[in-house]
Unconditional design. Structure first.
Lengths: 111, 112
């Protein structure tokens, strides 16, 4: 089992719709969770971080964490064509440990 | 703003050459990382460092070494470049454990 798993996609949504991206992780001791966006040919940039169970909202983005079920998700409301990118889920297992990335989900927003 | 700068954007090297990739961060971050990114495989950790002169192996350290003589600089060394090391190399840094990592612009290395 991979440490961090994501559906590779592509996930295709129409402009204005909600895009839902999911990520599961294997280590129950994981403490820190991050979502990164990566445009083609560019380096990853941080969108959201989440550390506690529940929802965390920032503009059109909402991160959701459920440690009991070992999943973290990212919702993008009012999706725009500029949101088309690969979204990477990253998990830090415990203090002093490495940051592990999923392989990413490619999102395509249709105008 | 955090700035992580990698020395080269594109690099072409010959098989067997010793290759140095340099990374500098300007925000006094404790942790620095080297990843490589390949299609279908995602970001894989090569080495990381949580302090000057300290280093830890990541998932794929074979064929690589690192150096961190100063807090702001983390170097990745390919001792004898091979074609299977052709990849995008990404450096990142974070303030401390549990905080977000910031990435450099990446170095696309081609070994011929």
């Amino acid at each position: 089992q991979k440490e961090v798993e994501q559906n590779s996609g592509p996930l295709s949504v129409p402009e204005g719709a909600i895009a839902s991206l999911n990520c599961t992780y294997s280590d129950r001791g994981s403490q820190s969770f991050f979502w990164y966006r990566q445009y083609s040919g560019k380096s990853p940039e941080l969108i959201m971080s989440i550390y506690s169970n529940g929802d965390k909202e920032d503009g059109r983005f909402t991160a959701q964490l459920n440690k009991a079920s070992q999943y973290v998700s990212l919702l993008i409301r009012d999706s725009q064509p500029s949101d088309s990118a690969t979204y990477l889920c990253a998990v830090e297992k415990s203090s002093g440990d490495k940051l592990t990335f999923g392989t990413g989900t490619r999102l395509a927003v249709r105008p | 703003d955090v700035k992580v700068t990698q020395s080269s954007r594109y690099l072409v090297k010959r098989t067997g050459e010793k290759v140095f990739l340099e990374c500098v961060q300007d925000m006094d971050h404790e942790n620095m990382f080297w990843y490589r990114q390949d299609p279908g495989l995602g970001l894989r950790l090569i080495y990381f460092s949580y302090d000057v002169k300290m280093k830890e192996k990541g998932d794929i350290p074979e064929g690589y070494s690192v150096s961190r003589e100063k807090k702001e600089r983390f170097s990745l060394i390919l001792e004898s470049a091979s074609t299977n090391q052709t990849s995008m190399y990404l450096c990142a840094s974070s303030y401390r454990d549990g905080t977000e990592a910031f990435f450099g612009q990446g170095t696309r290395l081609t070994v011929v």
